[in-house]
Ligand binder design. Structure first.
Ligand code: PEP
Length: 251
């Protein structure tokens, strides 16, 4: 059975002090409450070490939102997977649509990032998803198939088993427009089918496939009730303790 997970993606929000306070707020809310899922926050690089110092990662996992596609060296401004791991972070979001769209990330660079994340003991939360035009012209299943195959199907079954996937239809991210639970289920079942065909049913059944895109306390339960939806990757609603916890409690 795939692990149930709710992960926050803070994006480029909060300064250090605000971020530490928000992380403490989520951590405190999780104390004395038995969440029925793993809870993770992915935060800006600058916040990682300070947040690691104030949270209990048994309650709240910590991750970065990206890492470099190079190991180390003359790459000014980049942050390597090994640097991320050295902060105490355990996860890293890779291939978010905002990285693909604004920073030109391709399957080739993402393959390198995945390999470096795994080599440094980080769990990638790997994002895939179609844009509105692809949803409307009916190519969305093929688009996502290509994203999964081209960046991840070079992995061994053992390494693939370490990846968390997040299906995030780009037209639903930050737009207030959520995929219906049936649209999410159709895609998640499709992705699980691809994994089963490549790595076998048990790897597919154990792979957590999260939904992301305007997920809120009001729609989370309906999405999470679907057979192949193992949780959520949450942007906007993860910036407020109450709304993030409202989604955690949907499990
Ligand atoms: C995201 O950025 O991963 C996301 C799902 O954003 P939002 O929840 O704000 O749509």
């Amino acid at each position: 059975m795939a692990k149930k997970i709710v992960a926050g993606n803070w994006k480029m929000n909060t300064n250090l002090q605000e971020g530490v306070a928000l992380a403490e707020g989520v951590n405190n809310a999780l104390k004395g409450f038995k969440a029925n899922c793993d809870v993770i926050i992915a935060v800006p690089f600058t916040h990682l070490a300070s947040i690691n110092a104030v949270i209990d990662q048994n309650l709240l996992g910590l991750g970065a939102e990206n890492c470099a596609d190079k190991k180390s060296g003359a790459y000014t401004g980049e942050v390597s997977a090994s640097m991320v791991a050295s902060t105490g972070a355990k996860y890293v979001i890779l291939g978010h649509s905002e990285r693909r769209q604004y920073y030109g990330e391709t399957s080739e660079t993402l393959k390198e990032k995945v390999a470096l994340a795994l080599a440094n003991g980080l769990t990638p939360i790997f994002c895939i998803g179609e844009v509105l035009e692809q949803r409307e012209n009916g190519t969305y299943l093929d688009v996502v198939k290509d994203q999964v195959e081209s960046a991840l199907f070079n992995l061994s079954a053992e390494d693939f088993g370490k990846i968390i996937l997040a299906y995030e239809p780009v037209w639903a991210i930050g737009t207030g427009k959520t995929a219906t639970a049936d649209q999410a289920q159709e895609m998640h079942a499709h992705i699980r089918g691809l994994i089963a065909a490549k790595y076998g049913q048990s790897v597919a059944d154990n792979c957590s496939i999260l939904y992301g895109g305007s997920c809120k306390p009001t729609n989370a339960a309906e999405l999470f009730a679907k057979k192949d939806v193992d949780g959520g990757l949450i942007g906007g609603a993860s910036l407020d303790v109450e709304s993030f916890m409202g989604i955690v409690k949907a499990f």
